[in-house]
Design a protein around this ligand. Structure first.
Ligand SMILES: [Zn+2]
Length: 417
């Protein structure tokens, strides 16, 4: 009996695991570039091995998943998330940073990760823990180990800010508050901070090129070009990109001059600035949904039909970006608003003038390309990882369809159907 068990064990080990094939049969396939009717997609283990209109010769034992009426797409990529934050109308940002324990914040982040991936966002570029130290690195590792389900992550650890310009700010100069980002005061400190963050697990570096530290709390530039260049030089030496938060024209211009890779928000961006970004190959992440949420938290009744000046400006800058032809990455600053509602940004991009097919590209192939993962993600083609989702209807005709995610496959494993 014992010998038989041993023989079985040896034979199981020597033959290894058999390959697992899955055929997906949706109504149409968006491959990251265009829509194809009547395509089917074959997955072997965690990899896409065939995609096209032809009837494949199916390996024996292939599992067939019918997805009638649905559009199969690459898993969506969120370009600007904060998995360690939750909506500010639930708890103000300052109170999340100062009054919530890191244990609470991490447990919330676990829930956020699950909500994100089940909403069809199979990768996030997470742009800062906002006071939760390096916990994004721990979260990413827990997901990779399979402890919880969540998206693939690129993480920045702490955003880097100029000393004294960020938040929370105490009312008294006698008190120091724990900050929502890492503070540096000169080129040397910038260099040390970038190196420290990379050693702690940062995949990319985030700088605040401006912040609301003007005399009337208006956005003013924080770093000199020289300081930001120092960060770019070191990050690039280590194969990492630098992204910049910038809302003012001067902040954006300095970030461009320093050679950052993407600019986040760009609220005051002009045609001239966006043309300069296009010329330098710098992509733009608009975060329309966050601006929309901020105004509503501040009391804007959207149903009134009255459009606040900040929203009018946001729309104007987005349209200038479209006119300039700068590369636009899809990223909503989710965390400011509900985790898992990432598609809110995609819907707003269409509302503000981008075509649905361009928004779909932005959230898949464009994001994958800009974030340096296009060899694995963002397209449906042989050789890429099988991070695939299916939505009801045709999102190139009605972008709202991206909210109706009925099927999610992550690395070849079905996690929602
Ligand atoms: Zn953000």
């Amino acid at each position: 009996m014992r010998l038989l068990f041993l023989l079985l064990l040896i034979s199981a080990q020597s033959f290894g695991q058999t390959d697992k094939y899955t055929l997906l049969k949706p109504a149409r396939v968006f491959d990251g570039v265009e829509m194809h009717d009547n395509w089917i997609v074959l997955v072997k283990n965690d990899t896409i091995v065939a995609a096209g209109p032809q009837q494949f010769k199916l390996p024996a034992g292939t599992t067939i998943i019918e997805l009638p009426g649905k559009t199969l797409m690459p898993g969506l990529i969120e370009g600007h998330s904060h998995l360690l934050l939750h909506p500010y109308n639930e708890t103000k940002w300052e109170d999340q940073v100062l009054k919530e324990s890191r244990a609470e914040r991490m447990l919330r982040a676990g829930n956020h990760a699950k909500a994100t991936v089940l909403a069809g966002f199979t990768m996030v570029r997470d742009l800062g823990t906002e006071g939760a130290e390096y916990d994004d690195v721990g979260l990413k590792k827990a997901i990779e180990k399979g402890l919880i389900i969540g998206p693939r992550m690129q993480v920045v650890t702490k955003a880097i800010v100029a000393r004294g310009t960020y938040a929370p700010r105490p009312a008294s100069s006698d008190i120091d508050f724990h900050q929502g980002a890492a503070e540096v005061g000169n080129v040397g400190e910038m260099q040390s901070e970038v190196r420290l963050q990379i050693s702690k697990g940062a995949d990319l570096i985030k700088l605040y090129a401006d912040y609301r530290w003007g005399k009337s709390h208006e956005a003013m530039p924080t770093f000199t070009v020289e300081e930001m260049k120092a960060a770019v030089e070191i990050a690039q030496s280590g194969g990492r990109q630098v992204v910049a938060h910038a809302t003012s024209v001067e902040g954006m211009k300095r970030a461009i001059a320093a050679g950052v890779y993407t600019i986040e928000h760009g609220d005051q961006g002009t045609l001239e600035v966006f043309k300069l970004m296009k010329e330098k190959g710098i992509a733009y992440c608009p975060t329309l949904a966050a601006s929309d949420a901020y105004e509503q938290y501040g009391g804007w009744n959207k149903a009134s039909g009255i459009i606040p000046a900040s929203i009018q400006q946001k729309k104007k800058s987005f349209q200038a970006a479209l006119a300039a032809g700068v590369t636009i990455v899809m990223g909503g600053d989710v965390g400011v608003f509900t985790q898992g509602d990432n598609a809110r940004e995609m819907i707003m991009m269409v509302e503000y003038g981008m075509t649905p097919i361009d928004v779909l590209k932005s959230a898949t192939s464009v994001n994958a390309t800009v974030f340096g993962v296009a060899d694995k993600l963002g397209f449906i083609k042989p050789g890429l990882l099988a991070d695939l989702i299916a939505v009801d209807g045709d999102p190139s005709k009605n972008i709202g369809a991206v909210k109706a995610v009925g099927f999610v496959m992550l690395g070849g494993k079905v996690i929602k159907n």
